[in-house]
Design a protein around this ligand. Structure first.
Ligand code: AMP
Length: 422
């Protein structure tokens, strides 16, 4: 039986990879401009990290985690998201000393046992950003600006930024009661999930996707209507800063996000080019999570974006199409030529050229065909005769012109003609 990849898990094939790398390279460049540094967090962690960090009653913890016992019986979980791990690392490595805003980003695969469909996978890649150590609304606005900056650089068509505020630990319990009271009369008309949410996590009723729940949610009291003065001021300042930066946004009072750790500002960016799963990224403030893991009070703001969805909507330019194009194909004819081409290839690569070559001693015609298939810019033809006469032949594959290259200074001569494309 042929073994296939697991449902909801896919290969990212070499033909697609240039787009991924291009996107990741831009993320690194732009995040660096804002002072963010990369952190590499483990793929698996102690299961309690996620149940405690994300909230026992969240969909991710209740239904979607890949949790298993290792050989010593410890419960481990493949990371379903990155924030909890970053917070653990922040506390474990005492990054709060000396006090400053610690700005980190990560990239890599996440794992959730979700129902696979277009744009939703069981292994998917995220780029995430966490700014830790400031409660200033400037951080919220700056991180969202950075993201918009990033998306603009990628030439992303039509994206929409939606923001909301969930209030803080003072205003949330009061609002929760108000919300539960308002939900109670509708329980018979809400879906089974929302009936459970009513008890455990009533805010999630607001963003239920079921039609009957959506209709009821429209008239339920919203978090933004029940903010205390500090949270209201914070939210207003974020809006003022976004406007000053020329970033358009809409307030979506029904957006509560799926994880429990959010407080105050939350946001989501959607793309009209995506289908039902139209969220490109989401995030917000999580001012209390560091304390949950026994760290000092550390207000934070972050987001995570989905790479599969992002890569499916970007339209990179020509520079990307030619990024991996080989500069040169070495056609070698005869045993001596094949041996010599080993060192010739090495030297050209050391000068920065992307060099492909023949390995199996096929005919001139077949090697030239391969050079064409690989879209090489030049072919360098080396035969035993060429070695003896001390002259190699460089063929421009686009213009079909040939130039003789002296063997004793081949790399300098070739570089003059075929300057590295990358
Ligand atoms: P979250 O961590 O749930 O806030 O998700 C942040 C972003 O990750 C979303 O906006 C999506 O772009 C992406 N994402 C989340 N879950 C999946 C999934 N199962 N498959 C693909 N992308 C996902």
């Amino acid at each position: 039986m042929r073994i296939k990849s697991i449902r909801g898990v896919k290969d990212i094939l070499p033909d697609e990879i240039a787009k991924w790398q291009w996107t990741e390279d831009w993320a690194r460049k732009i995040f660096r401009r804002y002072g963010f540094k990369e952190i590499r967090i483990p793929i698996f962690e102690d299961s309690r990290l996620f149940s405690r960090g994300l909230g026992e009653t969240t969909d991710v913890v209740e239904k979607e985690m890949y949790t298993f016992a290792d050989r010593s019986g410890d419960s481990l979980t493949l990371r379903p998201e990155g924030t909890a791990s970053v917070v653990r690392s922040y506390v474990e490595h005492k990054m709060h000393h000396p006090p400053s805003v610690v700005k980190l980003y990560y990239m890599g695969p996440m794992f959730r046992y979700e129902r696979p469909q277009a744009g939703r996978f069981r292994q998917f890649y995220q780029i995430g950003v966490e700014a830790m150590g400031s409660a200033s609304p400037t951080v919220d606005a700056e991180v969202m600006c950075m993201l918009v900056d990033f998306f603009k650089t990628l030439g992303l068509p039509d994206v929409e930024l939606q923001i909301n505020s969930l209030g803080d630990k003072e205003s949330r319990p009061q609002y929760r009661k108000i919300l539960q009271n308002a939900i109670e009369p509708h329980l018979n008309n809400l879906c089974a999930n929302c009936n459970q949410r009513y008890e455990k996590n009533p805010l999630r009723v607001l963003d239920c996707k079921e039609a009957q729940c959506k209709e009821i949610a429209r008239d339920l009291p919203k978090t933004v209507e029940h903010l205390n003065p500090e949270s209201r001021e914070h939210f207003e300042e974020v809006q003022t800063l976004l406007k000053a930066a020329g970033i358009s946004f809409a307030i979506n009072p029904l957006m509560v996000r799926g994880l429990d750790y959010y407080s105050r500002t939350t946001f989501e960016i959607t793309s009209s080019e995506l289908g039902a799963q139209n969220a490109l990224c989401g995030g917000g403030r999580y001012d209390y999570l560091v304390e949950t893991f026994d760290g000092p009070p550390t207000p934070c703001f972050g987001f995570a974006l989905g790479m599969e969805r992002l890569v499916s909507v970007i339209k990179p330019g020509l520079d990307l199409e030619t990024a991996d194009r080989p500069d040169l194909y070495i056609v070698s004819l005869g045993d001596k030529a094949r041996q010599a081409s080993f060192n010739i290839a090495g030297e050209l690569r050391s000068k920065g050229l992307i060099v492909e070559r023949d390995y199996d001693g096929s005919s001139l015609k077949s090697q030239m065909r391969k050079a064409n298939q690989k879209n090489c810019r030049f072919a360098l033809i080396i035969g035993d005769n060429e070695l003896e006469s001390g002259k190699l032949v460089l063929k421009n594959m686009v213009e079909s012109e040939q130039t003789e290259i002296p063997l004793d200074s081949f790399s300098d001569e070739i570089l003059k003609i075929a300057v590295p494309a990358s």
